[in-house]
Design a protein around this ligand. Structure first.
Ligand code: NDP
Length: 303
């Protein structure tokens, strides 16, 4: 069997175009332009890149973004004051604090402070708590897990009644992904670093969401034939030549890297029914769902 490839780039583009049309329609109707505030603490290279992609997406979709870079050594009090200012600013619909924060800062207190109507990342304890409760709905769902579920639905995978295994239990991906699957009526098992015999756990999984940050760990023969595999992992590994030696970049002289997921794609695609590639799977969906959430924040605040 060769899996159906779930094209995250194409699906994310469709989502973004839908958001763009809705933004244009609301502006034409005299409503405000949705606005996202991005708070960047310090200058971590990956965080700078993620924030700039988010600002670019806002511009492309007709939304405003306010960039709030602050020094890495900002005090807890100053950062909390910035969040309070953004909470109070009626021009700001969504607040995104780029994680991780430097270790001297209390991440939980910062996230807790974000007004839940502006919590477009869905990380506030109230939104996450509502996700975990029966009969309650969060205002916002964390973007990466939201994207995973969206991809499954777009591919036509039946979630209701399926056996689903989520690899990873982080606050930002694994745990909310598992909670979302439960809300969609799947029977869910969560795998983490203390789980015994992971291949045996995966054997009956109709749906796998892998978010562990371990390059190509999930092997093809761990996967049930026909399963849907959503690979969240983003891992850099060295590019090797035919003899197994690292290939050096002509520009920098350093070993070339390529991105791979947590699943061994070449093996898995021969067994799975559906699979997301890395790159081009979950990655583009994360920003697309942030844009969905930012538009939703503006709509909630219209009321
Ligand atoms: P974390 O490091 O926060 O969490 C990793 C989880 O995987 C933990 O729950 C950990 O278990 C578990 N784990 C680690 N090693 C193993 C192992 N050998 N066997 C079983 N479980 C293991 O990572 P994140 O959730 O933040 O990210 C996961 C991956 O997803 C990363 O590659 C990251 O780059 C990627 N990512 C991709 C995004 C996208 O947009 N595509 C967005 C966010 C993340 P324990 O709890 O026991 O420590």
């Amino acid at each position: 069997m060769t899996a159906q490839i779930i094209d995250g780039t194409a699906i994310a583009l469709k989502v973004r175009n839908e958001v763009k049309e809705k933004v244009a329609a609301r502006i034409a109707a005299g409503k405000s332009q949705p606005a996202l505030a991005t708070v960047l603490v310090g200058e971590r290279v990956d965080s700078v890149a993620y924030v700039s992609m988010k600002q670019k997406a806002c511009a492309e979709l007709g939304m405003t973004s306010y960039h709030k870079p602050v020094p890495a050594d900002i005090s807890q009090e100053d950062l909390e004051n910035l969040i309070k200012e953004l909470n109070a600013d009626p021009k700001v619909n969504g607040i995104l604090v780029q994680l991780p924060l430097p270790s001297h800062l209390d991440e939980e207190r910062v996230l807790q402070l974000i007004n839940i109507e502006k919590d477009v990342d869905g990380f506030s304890p109230i939104n996450l708590g509502r996700l975990a409760q029966k009969g309650r709905e969060p205002l916002f769902v964390p973007c990466t897990p939201y994207g995973c579920i969206y991809l499954l639905k777009e591919a036509g995978v039946t979630i209701k009644g399926a056996n689903a295994v989520v690899l990873g239990r982080s606050n930002i991906v694994g745990m909310p992904a598992a909670l979302l699957l439960v809300k969609e009526d799947a029977t869910v098992t969560i795998v983490h670093s203390r789980t015994k015999d992971i291949p045996a756990v995966l054997k009956n999984a109709d749906i796998i969401i892998a978010a562990i940050g371990r390059a190509q760990m999930v092997r093809g023969d761990w996967i049930k034939p026909g399963a849907a595999v959503i690979d969240v992992g983003i891992n850099g590994i060295p590019v090797l030549d035919d003899k197994g030696n690292p290939v050096l970049s002509e520009k920098t002289g350093k070993p070339k890297q390529k991105l791979v997921g947590d699943v061994n794609y070449d093996e898995a695609k021969e067994v799975a029914g559906f699979i997301t590639p890395v790159p081009g799977g979950v990655g583009p969906m994360t920003i697309a769902m942030l844009m969905v959430n930012t538009l939703r924040a503006a709509e909630i605040q219209d009321q």
